[in-house]
Design a protein around this ligand. Sequence first.
Ligand code: NDP
Length: 396
Amino acid sequence: MNPESINRRQLFVAAGTLAATSALSANAQTPAPTQPRAAPKPDEGKPLAPKDRVGIAIVGIGAYASQQIIPSFAETKYCRLAGFVTGDAAKGRDFANRFGVAEANVFGYDQMAELANRPDIDAVYIITPNGLHREHTEAAAKAGKHVLCEKPIATSPQDAEAMIKACADAKRLLMMGYRCQYEPYNLRAIEICRSGRLGRLVSMTSEHSRTADPSDPRDTWRLNKKLAGGGSLPDIGIYSLNAMRYLTGEEPTEIQASISSPPGDPRFKEVEATVHFTLRFPSGVLANCQSSYDTADVKRGQVFGTDAILTLDPLSDYYRHNLSVSSKPKGSETPVEEKILIPEKNQFALQLDHFAQCVRTGQTPRSPGEEGLRDVRYIEGIYRAAREGKPVKVNG
Ligand code: NDP
């Protein structure tokens, strides 16, 4: 990239950040900095024999399950694909045969209690529409199974709390499928933010947008308030929200937000198209985020420090991440962009293996159910701030 374009982009983003900063309440105090959470370390263990692996049944064989998660079991070290729960028995049997799972381990949603009789299934991975996560988690916990649950954990904080309680009562783990927290480029970005290389962190931006397509079955339920919980925010805005939290290692204390949907667009009868939200963190960092179901694709994050700017674009894609740090060397007027190249890894397998290790050892997952609860509380705060048109105080 030529230095001039870096300069222009930096100026443009800096202007946006300034606008967001001045939009925050003038009288908001910046509390004293808190100690951010440490950057996580990668797992380096050896693969286990199939009999010693954690058996996981997939709940909901949709696009994400069939295209990303199920094939990724082949790259795990501690997981064994052990069953399916599906509303389509023929599809369940087909997947069972293709992936070496006994047909007896294919269940309907109303048969989840029978999981209790399958000792070869230790856990479930819930990959159904958001509004169904609670009932599927409660059913799995009641059957004595550990739960890995897709984002967002639920469509309300109350449902998320009930899920955490159901798993705690059953003495089972509940982990969130926050795959970016296991993905090497995101982990390196966390490390850089903590290392001091960017100087003091001042502000951040993140955008997650795409065009919702009601003719795609994946988007049918996403445009339904009851099943999705909201529009772009709980579906993809949550990547920005969660990233701002893991990159700072802090919890926000104040939120401002605005929502907009194109008038008369039938896609947005029940859920919102576009959300802008600003998070204030205890150290003073301001994060300005956008999610939309109405623009071309973007999945980006940037961190602005006093000494350098980190860009992760895409931040939340499945592969092909681009991480760079740009700064002006002492005495120079020209910013230099350093591209950080590290091997891409299968983040779905890394996430599955972390879950399996937590099941095996009893350690608390890096992204437990409480992490999902915090995000749905912030999502609720974002909707409230937009509705009331003023900043709201939050406490994760
Ligand atoms: P899909 O619509 O492709 O799949 C959802 C599956 O859930 C369906 O195929 C179906 O499986 C099952 N299901 C059960 N009840 C219903 C219902 N009433 N309506 C629709 N489907 C139902 O969605 P995705 O796979 O894209 O998303 C599923 C979950 O995964 C969501 O929570 C989403 O947020 C999350 N996700 C996470 C991603 C990530 O990167 N972390 C990426 C994509 C999605 P069956 O036919 O077997 O019953």
